[in-house]
Design a protein around this ligand. Structure first.
Ligand SMILES: Cc1ncc(COP(=O)(O)O)c(C=O)c1O
Ligand SMILES: N[C@@H](CCOP(=O)(O)O)C(=O)O
Length: 468
């Protein structure tokens, strides 16, 4: 299995290199040279397997000879045995056709754990084999950061620096990052938005001397391994609801477009997903694109679903590459135009193709609170604000076939956003026992302006101190 960059200037390479590279040197994102396709019989064989086994078998299609199936199985078994639910990613029926796919039973209570707990182990496996060390630099709007820190803390060959937008995460999210005192972990609160944090991270990756000096690696979904490790839960849930003999739809609360892209990747592998519902909060650039081909960035506005307070969705580039017939020059030109002007007029044929599969939906804060209250009253279900946007979207954009199930990605535990949940329902969701004293733990983080040189200086200092 070889991977190509969406911008075509970086040399194709294998899984191990893609895992360690994160962003391609040309600023593009890696995608498989061709999609591994499973036959109907092969999908049926995966039905009913324990999640760790299913996940190893799907991922094996993407790793080539970098890891044997046996090695992968060892890593997925260790990863998913630590999750709080025996099914790892259970389905909960919310209505006649609506199913919440609960992805928040890992250590930091968000869907990011499913991929990042595995990624931490994959990094270790590959770094040990190569005798190398890396510096991870990541951007977070709240959840990726804590999941990455939890996955990488105290790992001997890894230093990690996470950038979050100062004051724009929930308190639980911030504390989950800043209370980790491991020497290899550092947190930067950037005076700006998530988009600013993500821009800083990408700028570090395209600064070739800095990237080489620091041996930079990525934990954001610019790293293909993140997307790959999110595909198995769509497979498991679709198979449980009748695939490959029945089509399903998915509704995914969306920010950086990674999670819904993983579902779309499953479709490229032959899984019958008929519809992709892209659910956003008032930062609705993707909805505006899908409704009227208006891909124009606006200032990021804070919302009750802070993890989706994003205007520049990194992974859209992967979809764009496919929509443009895998033309790297056209993709690079579009992305450069977007960077320069904040607008990206997509050719009409490509936009129409996107709208055949994807439908956008936007819900503001008032609607989010109403939906959390509705779910609580109607189904006795306590949803976090991100998940609630997904459930509202599933109803608003329900597939025309009344028998087609809709899988709604339940992306975070309600206890990560207790204020919004309490406002909507009167119920204060408690943190699980392992995090019960989170508010008493001391915090450690550094505040910096939105400035590349300052951020790079911090990363260099953190990494040198630990490498010494
Ligand atoms: C709780 C939650 N829901 C939804 C999203 C959006 O996911 P994605 O960026 O993969 O679209 C995020 C962050 O990315 C998140 O943390
Ligand atoms: N919502 C994310 C933003 C980063 O997304 P990623 O998929 O690139 O990791 C977060 O919670 O940090």
């Amino acid at each position: 299995m070889r991977y190509v960059s969406t911008r075509g200037e970086a040399a194709p390479r294998g899984f191990e290199d893609v895992l360690l590279a994160g962003l391609a040197e040309d600023g593009g994102l890696f995608l498989p040279e061709s999609w591994p396709l499973l036959s109907t019989a092969e999908w049926r064989e995966l039905r009913g397997l324990p999640y760790a086994e299913l996940s190893a078998r799907i991922l094996h299609r993407f790793v080539g000879d970098a890891l044997t199936l046996e090695e992968l199985r060892g890593l997925t078994t260790a990863t998913y045995s630590s999750f709080r639910h025996p099914a790892v990613v259970p389905l909960v029926q919310l209505g006649p056709r609506d199913f919440a796919l609960e992805l928040f039973h890992g250590p930091t209570l968000a869907f990011k754990d499913v991929a990042l707990q595995l990624l931490g182990r994959l990094f270790d496996h590959v770094l040990k084999k190569r005798g190398e060390r890396i510096t991870i630099v990541g951007a977070t709007s709240g959840d990726t950061g804590s999941a990455a820190i939890e996955a990488c803390r105290d790992r001997a060959a890894v230093d990690i620096v996470i950038l979050h937008p100062e004051g724009r995460t929930s308190e639980v999210q911030r504390r989950q990052m800043t209370t980790v005192m491991s020497a290899n972990v550092a947190n930067l609160a950037i005076q700006g938005s998530f988009d600013d944090c993500q821009d800083l991270v990408k700028a570090m990756f395209v600064d070739a001397p800095f990237r080489g000096e620091m041996k930079l690696a990525a934990v954001n979904s610019i790293n293909w391994a993140r997307i790959a490790a999110q595909i198995p839960y769509y497979v498991a849930s679709a198979l449980a609801l009748g695939a490959p003999d029945r089509e399903v739809a998915v509704s995914v609360p969306t920010g950086n477009f990674g999670n819904v892209l993983a579902a779309w990747a499953a479709k490229q592998m032959g899984l019958p997903i008929a519809k992709f519902i892209v659910a956003s909060n008032r930062n609705d650039i993707l909805t505006r694109f899908l409704v009227s081909n208006d891909m124009s960035a606006r200032a990021v506005e804070p919302s009750l679903s802070p993890s989706m307070d994003i205007q520049v969705s990194s992974n859209f580039e992967r979809l764009l590459f496919e929509l443009l017939g895998r033309d790297p020059k056209a993709t690079a030109a579009q992305m450069q135009g977007f960077r320069a002007t904040g607008r990206m007029p997509i050719p009409d044929a490509a936009w129409r193709q996107a709208t055949q599969h994807f439908q956008g939906f936007m819900l503001d804060d008032a609607g989010t609170l109403a939906e959390i209250a509705h779910l609580h009253e109607a189904a006795g279900y306590l949803a976090d604000p991100h998940t609630a946007i997904g459930t509202a979207a599933a109803r608003a954009c329900a597939p025309t076939d009344p028998h087609m199930p809709v899988i709604i990605a339940a992306t975070a535990h309600p206890a990560k956003f207790p204020d919004a949940v309490q406002r909507a329902t009167g119920v204060h969701p408690p943190l699980p026992a392992a995090l019960a004293d989170l508010y008493e733990r001391p915090e450690r983080f550094t505040v910096l302006p939105n400035d590349l040189a300052a951020a790079q200086g911090f990363v260099r200092q953190h990494s040198r101190r630990n490498a010494a």
